[in-house]
Design a protein around this ligand. Structure first.
Ligand code: PLP
Length: 454
């Protein structure tokens, strides 16, 4: 196929820096994929659901996030939190990059094992586990797992006495969007007792873990948690354990990653000698910015507000909070709509002036009143039924928690692009080596800018 827009990195265009260039290549590849998919849909004649919402995933972005991690936190081995987005191609890419995986259930462990990951690269990081899942982990030799209470230790003794246990401690997560310490984590005044009980039961405690809360916006929470973990390491030594691994959890954002790394890296070095292995469980950091969703406007209602000369509109999309926008309910997300196609025109990156803006509220397709994607948004065009909107940064806690409520699909197509030559080379090599069966191979490759659609 011939791209309908030129990648904006051609020789005639002057790009100020490598980062800007990368961003432009990424945006061009995503837009090209959005556009070619929409061009292939005739909403007047397609099968029912042929115009369903779909994602474009940029595996190049996942790759770049990994490189960014390695530069900023070189001592910390990421174990990607599968719960955040279990997209198989993402998992395969991360497996090829050598990350580990944090799994919360049997199904996640199975998914990661199925793509050929060694069980030693998996941590079953759910402090309150189903007994039969523990037995499954034992059968598959997935030995690393977390606990934070006495009852869990008895369960481990019964079903998997050889497990390598991480004591998850409570953190101050008051500045996180999604608080986790309300539910998980041993308070610091209970850790000695738990370690003594584990010793009595002859269980193998190997480390300490924490999670400062998902969507944390306070980098100092990581420093406090590292200091607390040090205390528990010392307590464990007094009880007779020689702990070797610190797990610094998840909670890393795209916007605050460098700020976190700037305090977390030095804190780890201050409190833990190089002999201690350090792992982490990042989820949203890896995938949030890598996924864009395109949604179709299925209905519109005109609202003539009192006193206003101009109407506003209620737009109804074919995806909502019971679908891929579930993060609005579960993850405090505020997705930002942008116009993708209005009439015959694609308006990606259009920059409106204030006078052009029109007010919309944006709704999902189910019959429930809480199915609201945005209670008000201002967009530059008069949008009609049949037009398309897109939303960036839709990779984290989105499709993983979509439901079939009202009979809508919970499984939307993903079109993949690779906007980074390094990622493309890795994926192609992995396929050639047959290390990863069914790996993607480029089906369109723009030689001048180095991105591909797969
Ligand atoms: N690890 C555990 C145990 C979690 O519960 C979560 C999220 O809930 C994560 C890692 C990933 O967190 P995030 O996506 O904020 O990095």
């Amino acid at each position: 196929p011939v791209p309908p827009i030129a990648a904006p990195c051609g020789p005639k265009r002057r790009i100020s820096s490598a980062a800007t260039n990368t961003k432009h290549i990424a945006q061009a590849s995503i837009f090209w994929a959005l556009q070619s998919r929409i061009n292939s849909i005739n909403p007047d004649e397609c099968e029912a659901g042929g115009e369903d919402a779909f994602f474009v995933a940029d595996l190049g972005e996942v790759y770049r996030q990994h490189m960014r991690w390695k530069i900023n936190l070189p001592r910390v081995e990421p174990f990607y939190a599968v719960k955040c987005n279990g997209d198989e191609k993402v998992l395969r890419l991360l497996a090829a990059l050598g990350t580990g995986f944090d799994c919360a259930s049997k199904a996640e462990i199975q998914q990661v094992l199925n793509i050929g990951v060694n069980p030693s690269r998996i941590i079953y990081a759910n402090p309150c586990k189903t007994a039969s899942y523990i037995r499954y982990a034992a059968e598959e030799n997935v030995r690393m797992m977390t606990f934070d209470n006495a009852e869990e230790l008895y369960k481990m003794k019964k079903f998997f006495p050889d497990a390598r246990l991480f004591l998850r401690i409570c953190t101050d997560d008051s500045k996180a969007l999604c608080r986790l310490s309300l539910k998980y984590g041993a308070p610091l005044d209970s850790t000695r007792h738990l370690l003594e009980l584990a010793k009595e039961l002859r269980l193998d405690v190997v480390g300490v873990s924490f999670h400062v809360g998902s969507g944390s916006y306070d980098p100092t929470a990581f420093v406090t948690a590292v200091r607390d973990a040090r205390r528990v390491f010392d307590e464990a030594a007094e009880v007779g354990y020689d702990l070797r691994t610190l797990d610094v959890g998840g909670g890393y954002g795209n916007d605050n990653f460098e700020a976190i790394a700037a305090v977390l890296g030095p804190a780890i070095d201050e409190y833990f000698p190089p002999s201690v292995r350090v792992i982490a469980e990042p989820g949203r950091y890896y995938v949030s910015s890598a996924f864009t969703i395109a949604t179709h406007i299925i209905a519109r209602r005109t609202v003539q507000e009192d006193g206003s000369r101009n109407p506003s509109y209620m737009l109804y999309l074919n995806d909502g909070v019971y679908g891929n926008f579930s993060g609005i309910l579960f993850d405090h997300q505020k997705p930002v709509p942008k116009v993708l196609k209005c009439g015959d025109q694609y308006s990606f990156e259009s920059t409106p002036t204030d006078s052009q803006l029109i007010k919309y509220s944006i709704w999902g397709p189910t019959c429930d009143g809480i199915d609201c994607v945005s209670s008000f948004s201002y967009l530059p065009e008069v949008l009609e039924v049949g037009d398309w909107l897109y939303f960036s940064d839709m990779g984290a806690y989105s499709k993983c928690s979509a439901t079939k409520f009202n009979g809508f699909s919970d499984n939307h197509d993903v079109v993949y692009v690779v906007s980074d030559p390094g990622a493309l080379a890795l994926l192609t090599q992995a396929a050639a080596d047959e290390q990863l069966s069914n790996s993607p191979v480029a089906s369109f490759h723009d030689g001048s800018s180095g991105w591909a659609m797969i």
